[in-house]
Write a protein that binds this ligand. Structure first.
Ligand code: NAD
Length: 497
């Protein structure tokens, strides 16, 4: 069994300190260990970044972009190996793992446009012989802390853009599935990134706290659960850092009475049960406007949920793999128990799901509740498992009130053929990412990703144009070249035309 090491200054390093076990969630077996960084290890990454930053900052943006072009090619060449690593440690299916990588590569493609996206603004002759321009300059050393559920894509939301903007980056991936993240980072070195510009330190709270407390780290990008997002935002901003912290979610899909049902059902199946519900954009609540659509929806969902193909993520042709850890499985089962106790109607029960030959795997079958009310914990809290709750309401306005009253506001969607209803929904819903007949409205890389309310702490969303703003600071330069033969007298009034 091997130990996943840190990547610091272009070298794999091991400090022989604490480690954590890595599991294959499909078998429940320990398959390796990962190092857990202490403060000295984090400082080593910071020192490497400090030394590498000045030269990288002054490397032309077009040269920095060329590294990203090569990186994109390498990622595509290594897709199968990366998907295998993701699937083995996370449990998601190989197809789903390849899909997350493709969405990650989109962000590398966006970073390839660095010379264009970093172009400043210029105004000639803003005063006599005076020109002005504004420039986007890198922050210095920035850090990213990422969750287990997208070990390839979420880090790729962050460091390609941060690095192409001229920063040095320290990544602290999830300690539950770090291998694909490390593999990908090494490809960026192979693509020609100078040593020290990207380091990967594995670890837990100790490593994260060391990054938060280090004065050299100027900004933190975080993606994970809401309590940790809030903690990192509070502690980071208290120390004067720029922080964007993306948190948890409870995403509602509204089904209007005129929804095209078969398409809505297909969309909901993928959005609720894909990746075993372990997606921050997963649909976990179906809000049915009227009993007729609710009854019709449940009649179509029930047999499809019972027919889900579930097995080891690395097997081919499956719909769903296991949950990531035994603790995650127990938590999801606990929520199902609680929903039953609270009086929700359990239409499909995924508890006790067994996969032949994988009896120790962390499997939960697709689960469906009807008659869920806003007071129930299964409605209020993020379950992060293959559990869909149906809530029945009387009107679109009631659906909007329900969604807007929820503490989270990451994603949502509406299924309808009524343009007026869709437009009202888009205008009034208090959620950051909205789909119209699109169940997982994850923005493409040239838009930005972010929720509202307790799904995001900070002002700027992740990647895309907001990402460029987050990883750069603006400098406004005003320049005068006096003509040699003229002498201008001092002006004591505030300068104006
Ligand atoms: P998590 O919050 O447990 O962990 C995220 C990161 O924080 C990991 O790197 C982890 O090591 C670190 N961490 C954990 N505990 C910490 C502590 N006490 N102090 C400092 N750092 C700590 O999240 P997770 O279980 O890995 O991921 C699932 C969560 O992430 C879900 O809530 C999901 O909705 C959310 N998520 C959100 C988005 C989004 O874009 N909004 C995207 C993906 C996942």
């Amino acid at each position: 069994m091997s130990t996943v090491q840190h990547l610091i200054n272009g070298e794999l390093v091991s400090h022989g300190g604490r480690t954590a076990d890595l599991f294959n969630p499909s078998t429940g077996q320990v398959i390796g260990q990962v190092e857990l960084a202490d403060r000295a290890t984090v400082q080593q990454a910071i020192d490497a970044a400090k030394a590498a930053f000045p030269a990288w900052r002054n490397t032309p943006a077009a040269k920095r972009a060329q590294v990203m072009f090569r990186f994109k090619q390498l990622l595509e060449q290594h897709e199968a190996a990366i998907a295998q690593l993701i699937s083995t440690e996370h449990g998601k299916t190989l197809e789903d793992a390849a899909g997350e990588l493709k969405r990650g590569i989109e962000n590398v493609e966006f970073a390839c446009a660095a010379p264009e996206i970093l172009k400043g603004e210029y105004s000639r002759n803003v005063g006599p012989n005076i020109d002005a321009w504004s420039d986007f300059q890198p922050l210095g050393i920035v850090a990213g802390i990422t969750p287990f559920n997208f070990p390839a894509m979420v880090p790729l939301w962050m460091y390609p853009l941060a690095i192409v903007c001229g920063n040095a980056f320290i990544l602290k991936p999830s300690e539950r599935d770090p291998s694909s993240t490390l593999y990908i980072a090494r490809l960026l070195e192979e693509a020609g990134l100078p040593k020290g510009i990207l380091s990967v330190v594995h670890g837990d709270k100790d490593a994260v706290d060391a990054l938060i407390e280090a004065p050299e780290v100027k900004a933190l990008s975080f993606v994970g659960s809401t309590p940790i997002a809030e903690y990192i935002y509070a502690e980071g901003t208290r120390r004067g850092k720029r922080v964007q912290a993306l948190g948890g979610a409870k995403n509602h899909a509204v089904l209007m009475p005129d929804a095209e049902l078969d398409n809505a059902v297909s969309a909901l199946m993928g959005a609720a049960y894909g990746s075993c519900g372990e997606r921050c954009m997963a649909i976990s609540v179906a809000v049915c406007v009227g009993d007729a659509i609710a009854d019709a929806l449940i009649a179509k969902l029930e047999p499809q949920i019972k027919a889900l193909k579930i097995g080891a993520g690395t097997a081919c042709g499956l719909d769903m793999g296991p949950l990531v850890t035994a603790a995650a499985r127990d938590k999801v089962v606990g929520y199902i128990d609680e929903g039953v106790a609270a009086g929700a109607q359990l239409v499909v029960d995924g508890r006790g799901y067994r996969v032949a030959g994988h009896e120790e795997g962390y499997f939960v079958g697709g689960t469906l509740f009807d008659g869920v009310t806003p007071k129930m914990r299964i409605y209020k809290e993020e379950i992060f498992g293959p559990v869909l709750c149906v809530v029945r309401v009387g009107s679109l306005e009631e659906a909007l009130q329900l969604i807007n009253a929820h503490e989270y506001g990451n994603g949502t969607c509406i299924f309808t053929r009524d343009g007026e209803a869709a437009r009202l929904f888009c205008d009034e819903v208090e959620v950051g990412m909205v789909g119209v007949n699109v169940p997982l409205p994850v923005p493409v890389s040239y838009h930005s990703f972010g929720g509202w309310k307790r799904s995001l702490f900070g002002d700027l969303h992740a990647y895309g144009p907001d990402g460029v703003r987050f990883y750069t600071r603006r400098k406004a330069i005003t320049q005068r070249w006096p003509q040699r033969k003229t002498h201008e007298a001092s002006q004591f009034a505030f300068p104006s035309l």
